[in-house]
Ligand binder design. Structure first.
Ligand code: URP
Ligand code: ZN
Ligand code: ZN
Length: 474
C-alpha cells in the first residue's frame, strides 16, 4: 500500500521545504520534488498544509492507580486522544509492583499491547532497590526498556535514598540506560503537609505551598551531582522552577550530561489557578509555580537548555460522581472530588497528551516566538533522540516510520472538551482560541484521524523496543 502526499511543506527539526512524500509499507520511502508514482498510490494534496513528524510524548501515565482511584485514560483512550492532537508515539511508566522488574514490564504489556492505538514505549520506575532489582535493571535493555525513573519525593512510597539513586545511576550507565529524575524534597514536603493540616489548611493552594520551589531546585542539583559522580546521563522530568533552569544551566556549562524536560502546564498556568473554586483541576506534582518561573522556563527552551516538552498526562475526573458520555456510554471514575475537604487526597495529575501540540503551536509558532523547526525539535525530534527512537520516530526521513501529521496553520478554533478526546470531564484550555491544528494523522502509514474523525483501532499501535541511550545524539 502506497500513499503519496503532494505539495506539502515538509517540516523537520532542521529545515522546512516544499516537497512530496511517498509512504510505502508503513515507512517513508521517498521525499522529493515532483514525485510521481506509477503504481497505484493514494494521492493526498497537501497544498497549504505543513507535513510534520508525529509528536513524541515521552511522559504519560495511562491506567495508573493513585490515591484510591486510577488515572482515567487507559492505553486505548489515552493513545487515541494523543493521536487526535497529532502525537503518534507515547512513553508510559511501569510501576515497580514487585522486585521482578521484567515481570512488571510483561504485565503492563499484557494489558497495553492490545489497546494502544499509536506506537508506545515504556520506562521503568525504580522505587525499591534490592539485590534482585539491581541485577534486573540491565536486563531491561533486552526488553526494549532503556530508561528508568527515580524519585527524591513521595517518602515511604516511591522515593529512593541518595545512596540508592547513586547505585541506580551507576548500574544504568553501565547498561546504557537513561535515568530520569523526579526532583522535589520529600522530607520537606512531608513536614510542611503535616503543619498545614494541623493548622486546618485544606484547600488546593496548600498543595503548592507545601511543595516549595527551592526543594525542587535543591533536589535537581542533588540528582545532577550524583549523576556527575556516577558519570551517568540524567534526564530531569517536569521542570517547573526558575532555580531548576539556573542549575541546569550550571550543569550544562560544565558539560555534564543533564537533560531537561518541561510540560505545557508549567509554561502556561501559574499557581493562581489553585485559588479558584475549581482549583483541584490544576493539582499536579510538582505543582504549578509563578509567572517568574514561567518566564525562565520559556527562556530555557529558547536558549536550548531545556530539550523537550512532554505532558506528564495523568488525567482524573473533576467530579467523578457525575458520569459523562464517552464513546456513547456513561462513564464516571473517582477523581479530584476525593480531596474536596483535604488537598492531600486530591489525585495528582492533569490531562494533556492531546492538548500539547495544538496549544503549543499557537503559543510558540503562531505567536512567532519559535520557528516550526524549533517546535518539532522540542516536541518530536529531541525526545526521540534522547529515548532511543530516532530517526525511526521524531523526524521525516526515508526509512523513518510514516508517523505523519498534516497540519493546517490557518485553521482557527475555540479549543476545549469538544475537541480534546481525553476520557475526563474537563479540559484545562477550555475556550482558548487556537490557530493551527492537525487535520490528518498517520500512524505507520495508516490514516487514523481525519478532520476530527477516528479511523484507528485498539491494538493498531505497537510496543517499540527502544535503543540504548546515545550521548552523541543531542
Ligand atoms: O501529578 C503528577 N504529575 N502525577 C504523575 C506522577 C509524576 O510524578 O509524574
Ligand atoms: Zn514525576
Ligand atoms: Zn509523571
Amino acid at each position: 500500500m502506497k500513499t503519496l502526499i503532494k505539495n506539502g511543506k515538509i517540516v523537520t527539526e532542521e529545515k522546512s521545504f516544499l516537497a512530496d512524500l511517498l509512504i510505502e509499507d508503513g515507512k517513508i520511502s521517498q521525499i522529493g520534488s515532483d514525485l510521481h508514482e506509477r503504481e497505484a498510490a493514494e494521492e493526498i494534496d497537501a497544498m497549504g498544509l505543513f507535513v510534520l513528524p508525529g509528536g513524541v510524548d515521552v511522559h504519560v501515565h495511562l491506567d495508573l492507580p493513585m490515591a484510591g482511584t486510577i488515572s482515567s485514560d487507559d492505553h486505548f483512550t489515552g493513545t487515541r486522544a494523543a493521536a487526535f492532537g497529532g502525537t503518534t508515539t507515547v512513553i508510559d511508566f511501569v510501576s515497580q509492583d514487585s522486585d521482578n522488574l521484567l515481570e512488571c514490564v510483561e504485565n503492563l504489556r499484557a494489558k497495553a499491547d492490545k489497546k494502544v492505538s499509536v506506537d508506545y514505549g515504556l520506562h521503568m520506575n525504580i522505587t525499591h532497590l534490592t539485590q534482585e532489582t539491581e541485577k534486573q535493571i540491565p536486563l531491561l535493555v533486552d526488553m526494549g526498556v532503556t530508561s528508568i525513573k527515580v524519585f527524591t519525593a513521595y517518602n515511604n512510597r516511591l522515593r529512593l535514598q541518595d545512596g540508592e539513586i547513586f547505585k541506580v545511576l551507576r548500574i544504568a550507565r553501565e547498561a546504557g540506560l537513561l535515568t530520569m529524575l523526579h526532583a522535589e524534597n520529600g522530607d520537606l514536603i512531608d513536614l510542611l503537609i503535616q503543619e498545614a493540616l494541623a493548622a486546618r489548611h485544606t484547600t488546593p493552594i496548600w498543595h503548592a505551598r507545601t511543595r516549595p520551589a527551592w526543594g525542587a531546585a535543591e533536589a535537581l542539583l542533588r540528582g545532577a551531582a550524583l549523576a556527575v559522580i556516577a558519570d551517568a546521563p540524567l534526564y530531569v522530568v517536569h521542570m517547573n522552577t526558575r532555580g531548576e533552569v539556573d542549575l541546569l544551566q550550571y550543569a550544562l556549562q560544565n558539560h555534564f550530561p543533564v537533560y531537561g524536560e518541561t510540560c505545557p502546564q508549567y509554561l502556561l498556568f501559574t499557581q493562581d489557578e489553585l485559588e479558584r473554586s475549581d482549583g483541584a483541576k490544576w493539582i499536579c506534582s510538582p505543582p504549578l509555580r509563578t509567572k517568574d518561573d514561567q518566564t525562565r522556563l520559556w527562556e530555557g527552551l529558547k536558549t536550548g537548555l531545556i530539550k523537550t516538552i512532554a505532558t506528564d498526562h495523568c488525567p482524573f475526573f473533576y467530579n467523578g460522581k457525575q458520569p459523562i458520555k464517552y464513546d456513547g456510554v456513561d462513564i464516571a471514575i473517582a477523581g479530584k472530588e476525593l480531596g474536596k475537604d483535604d488537598f492531600t487526597k486530591i489525585p495528582n495529575g492533569l490531562p494533556g497528551v492531546g492538548d500539547r501540540l495544538p496549544v503549543l503551536w499557537t503559543e510558540m509558532v503562531t505567536s512567532k516566538r519559535f520557528t516550526e523547526n524549533e517546535f518539532v525539535a522540542l516536541t518530536s525530534a529531541n525526545p526521540a533522540k534522547l529515548f532511543g527512537l530516532y530517526p525511526r520516530k521524531g523526524t521525516l526521513k526515508p526509512g523513518s516510520d510514516a508517523d505523519i501529521v498534516l497540519w493546517d496553520p490557518c485553521k482557527e478554533i475555540y479549543y476545549g472538551i469538544a475537541y480534546a478526546q481525553h476520557r475526563t470531564d474537563y479540559n484545562l484550555y477550555e475556550g482558548w482560541r487556537l490557530k493551527g491544528y492537525p487535520v490528518q494523522v498517520f500512524s505507520n502509514g495508516k490514516l487514523i484521524v481525519k478532520d476530527g474523525e477516528w479511523y484507528g483501532r485498539p491494538g493498531g499501535g505497537r510496543f517499540i523496543q527502544r535503543k540504548v541511550f546515545d550521548r552523541s545524539l543531542k
